[in-house]
Design a protein around this ligand. Structure first.
Ligand code: SMG
Ligand code: MG
Length: 363
């Protein structure tokens, strides 16, 4: 298929509930969407870069710049047979994985629609439902944190992830563990600690957590390896893994025992699948992370998480946990067994609703 035209849309959606991590509190999410046109079909991709360079160095404005000035001109008019064909065309551009991933996702959606095949099938998915959990932001008080966990446990989420930061770690985690002794519980520090915090991690090591996500520096693997040696609980890397090579290096030195795979962070579904395959070969479990996606990115996450080695619950909650009104349909709902059903329609299996896109669009 010849890539005839690509459009960029900058949208902004208010979150149902503010989301606080160790780097700040978000009330809404900006998002760059790409629409790739060919032969009367449109493929959609979602860029997960945020307002500021807090989770990663990319932002909506860096993504817009790199897409408009470098990536779109490199793809314009090119013929592709598979989604992975866009990657060599972008190879001369360093970094900017989230911008890259958005274009590659649009190519998967476009080709899936042209071939009348679901993304999960194209990737080699093996399950119709994927196990999911919910990621809960930092709340002002432990009472509010407990209430928030209760709300999601009652809604049917069987796995909860808590955000931690210095001053908000052992105490809230213990409080939740005491109230729900059997809950599948994990924590995510988003790189807020140094090795000096070893005593805190030794305490968290006693709470029965599934994993401790990205405790140390965002671009470190050496100190994560040192920390992992001193803990029973598996360390899971998120921010540190931006490519299949990073995953290989981290596993080679024992920096983690689990990897959180995010399509945007690693530069697309092809790289995400490569990390999945690498981990499967080494018996390292993986799970699909989330970036507060719209239903576009969520559909891609569900297809990815249908691959066999996604054995831990993903941060892929029901649509209603994020936005009152998404720009794409249908919404995803939580099944009673804490799973979400993988879409089966062609490509991503969701449709953008033009009126909602227009209402949310800023540029
Ligand atoms: O999409 O449910 C979700 C959010 C999952 O906690 C989540 N993501 O570091 O894993 C992570 C954070 C990054 C969010 S920054 C927008
Ligand atoms: Mg994380």
């Amino acid at each position: 298929m010849k890539i005839e035209r690509i459009e960029l849309h900058l949208i902004r959606l208010p979150l149902v509930h503010p989301f606080e991590t160790s780097f700040g509190r978000a009330f809404e999410r900006p998002c760059v969407l790409v629409a790739m046109h060919s032969e009367g079909l449109t493929g959609w991709g979602e860029c997960v870069a945020g307002d500021g360079p807090w989770y990663s160095s990319e932002t909506v404005e860096t993504a817009w710049h790199i897409l408009r000035d470098f990536m779109l001109p490199a793809l314009q008019g090119q013929a592709i047979q598979t989604a992975a064909d866009v990657l060599p065309l972008l190879e001369h551009i360093r970094g900017h994985q989230m911008a890259r991933a958005a274009l590659e996702m649009a190519a998967w959606d476009l080709l899936g629609k042209a071939q009348n095949t679901a993304l999960a099938t194209m990737l080699g998915g093996v399950r119709q439902q994927v196990s999911v959990g919910v990621s809960i932001g930092i709340e002002p008080t432990i009472a509010e944190q407990l209430a928030r966990v209760e709300q999601y446990v009652n809604a049917g989420y069987g796995r909860v992830k808590l955000k931690i930061k210095p001053g908000w770690d052992v105490e809230p985690v213990r409080a939740i563990r005491e109230r729900w002794p059997d809950l599948r519980l994990q924590v995510d520090a988003n790189s807020a600690y140094t090795l000096d915090a070893l005593p805190i991690f030794q305490e968290l090591d006693q709470v029965g957590l599934l994993l401790i996500e990205q405790p140390l520096n965002h671009d470190d693997i050496v100190e994560h390896a040192r920390l992992q040696q001193q803990l029973q609980t598996p360390i899971c890397l998120d921010e540190s893994i931006q490519s299949p090579d990073h995953a290989r290096w981290a596993l080679a030195i024992g920096a983690c025992r689990i990897i959180n795979i995010k399509v945007g962070r690693v530069g697309g579904l092809t790289a995400a699948k490569a990390i999945h395959d690498l981990c499967a070969a080494q018996q390292v479990p993986v799970w699909c992370g989330g970036m507060l996606e719209t239903n576009i990115g969520r559909a891609a996450n569900l297809a990815l998480a249908s691959l066999p080695n996604f054995t831990l619950p993903g941060d892929i909650s029901a649509s209603a946990r994020y936005y009152r009104e998404d720009i794409a349909a249908p919404d995803f709902v939580l099944n009673t067994d804490s799973t979400v059903t993988v879409p089966t329609g062609p490509g991503l299996g969701v449709e953008v609703i033009p009126a909602r896109l227009a209402a949310a669009r800023q540029r």
